[in-house]
Structure formats: C-alpha cells, structure tokens
Design a protein around this ligand. Sequence first.
Ligand SMILES: Cc1ncc(COP(=O)(O)O)c(C=O)c1O
Length: 375
Amino acid sequence: MVDASVPLSAPDITPQELQAVLAVLGSGRLSIGPRIQAFEAAVAARAGRKHGIGVNSGTSGLHLCVRALGIGEGDEVITTPFSFVATTNCLLFERARPVFVDIDPQSYNLDPSALEAAVTGRTKAILPVEVFGNPVHFDRYEQIARRHNLAMIEDCCEALGAVLGGRPAGSFGDCGVFAFYPNKQITTGEGGLVVTDDDRLADLCRSMRNQGRDTSAWLSHARLGYNYRLSELHAALGEVQVRRLDELLARRRAVAALYDQALSNIKDIHLPPMHDRATASWFVYVIRLADRFSQADRDAVMDRLKKAGVGCNPYFVPIHLQPFVMELLGTRAGQFPVTERIAARTIALPFFAGLTEAQVRTVAQALKSALAAAS
Ligand SMILES: Cc1ncc(COP(=O)(O)O)c(C=O)c1O
C-alpha cells in the first residue's frame, strides 16, 4: 500500500551534506575548527553583517545578545506575544521584563504604532520577530529604536534570506539571530547564529558562548559564560546548506505558490499574509480560518487532517497565554485581542522544499473535506 501521509516538515539533505559531515569526522577536529569560521562568514555575508557567531541554538543566540547588550533585572523589553516562546524566555533568563504589544493583523508582525506607544522611561530594548519569514516593518522598528535610543535585537530565526527594501534579514538593529532546527530554511540539526556589525557585541558573544573565555588562554575566564558552542559537524552541515540557500528558498517559494493556487478557491480561509511573496523567506505555510470558526472548530479541523495523514500544527500558541508566563507575569486572556483572534485560528500545513505538487493536492483536498465537516 502507498503511504499517503504528508509530514509537516522534512530537511533537505543531499550527498554534499553527508560528505561534508563525514569529512569532519575523518579530520579529527570535531569542535572549534575551520568549519565554524567558514559557516559564520557565509551566514554573516547573507545578512550583510561584519560578524557571525555560531551557537548551539537560536535560543542561545538570543540569550547572548540580551546579555551582551547589558539587558538585566527590571529592564523593559518590548516584544511580541505572537512568537515561539524562546523570544520571551531569553529575557526571563536575565530577569528582564517582557512588555508585550499586539500584532498587525495584515502581517502578524508587531504593530509599529503600538510598539512606539509602549515605550517608557524603563524601556531598554525592542525585540521584534520576522514571523514566518516576513520582514515587513523592520525598517520602521529600527527607526523607532533610533528615535528613542533603544537597543534592538532582530529575532530573524525564521527569516534567513528574506529581503526588505533591498536589506537582508539580520541587518536591522544592533544584532540579529538565526536558528537552524530541522524545519528551518537551512538546518544544522540544532544550531543558531548571531550577526552584528558591532565589534564589542561580537567579542562578548564569542567569549560568552565559550565559557566566558577571552582569546588568550584556555583556562582563563574573563566573565560568566556558557557552553553554547556549535560543533564542527553541525557547522559543516550548515556550510553546505547555506551555499544551497537560494535553491532551497526558490523551491520553498514554488511550493508556497502551489498552495496559494490550490487553496485560492476556499472561501473559509486566509492565505499567509506575506507583504511580498517573492522577497519573504518562506519558513512555514500557515493558513487562518475565517473568524466565524472557533478555536474548537480549528482543533477539530486539525484532528481530521491528522487522521487523514496530513501533518499540521497551531502556529503559535500566544506567549502571554503559556501557563508559566501567566503565572510569572500575571498575563491573561483578552489582553492582546488581535494575537488571540489570529492564534486561535491558524493551521501550519506541511511545508518543505521537497513537497511535491501531488502532496499539495492531497493536503488541499484533505483541508476542504475537514472544513466541510466543520461547517
Ligand atoms: C521566532 C523564533 N525565535 C527563536 C527560536 C529558537 O530557536 P531554537 O529552537 O534554535 O532555540 C525559534 C525556533 O523555532 C523561532 O522560531
């Protein structure tokens, strides 16, 4: 019997990646070697930045940026509730205070006017996210940060290769962070990378990822640090993947176009709200059910999709409604109505570079049946 199931995501690994990782294994140099430097340089170039600092996850990279910028206890950082939880966790690690602001329903990114209105004397930084790889508004966030003398960390974990007004994702604000989990545009298995033009920030991140060492002596520790290093095996994999980035992005864009077409005649859904389908970096393909559907309807649609063998997920569960965040910060339902309205109705459909036209048709058919049953 043919397996009709369609996974939510799948990495795109060729013999080139296998060969690169095997070569590292054969070299005897498994950490702190030439591959990490080459990978860092390649990603920094894609972000138009002077420095790249490879780390073992996007979360680690965000944490290093928070520390390197001197953000600490009681400092307010304006960020989005519509993101992956790591965007907030990196602030909580340092006892900084996340200040959530609602999103723009046209893009799902932070609403720039609401962001500016939330600036207070205690605001130290802003931490916006390119949600699903959409870079819209990042020029405006950067202007707001400059106007109010705030630091800006770009959470571009979902946006490698996106371009806004000729500027690449990762080039906005003081520093940016990419992530390379296997569902991302390129993967290192696990991994992340900080990009910046600031020599001091780069030195601090390099030191803190390696136990707070300075460059001089191995057992000399200048500051509190972590083991956030990325191994040579991971870096070698990333080096091949980033070399293939344009090919991978083009294939993902083509899959998104197939979905756009296959789903265009379904009246009950909104397609992904990319400001520009050609220059966004497609991370996931997230549809949204019309407002007349409830969260329970959405969950029922997802159950039916899963039963039909179609991988799917809600994207995202709002951060301010995560149980531990509600307990820690006193956040509650109703505070961010746009985020909550959208998050209750999103469904991420199977999405990866190798998804075939036939698989897209299978998903579209399963979605139509599931929606018909829910209506
Ligand atoms: C917006 C965003 N921020 C941060 C992260 C954290 O990255 P990692 O899972 O590599 O720690 C992710 C990864 O999924 C993400 O999507």
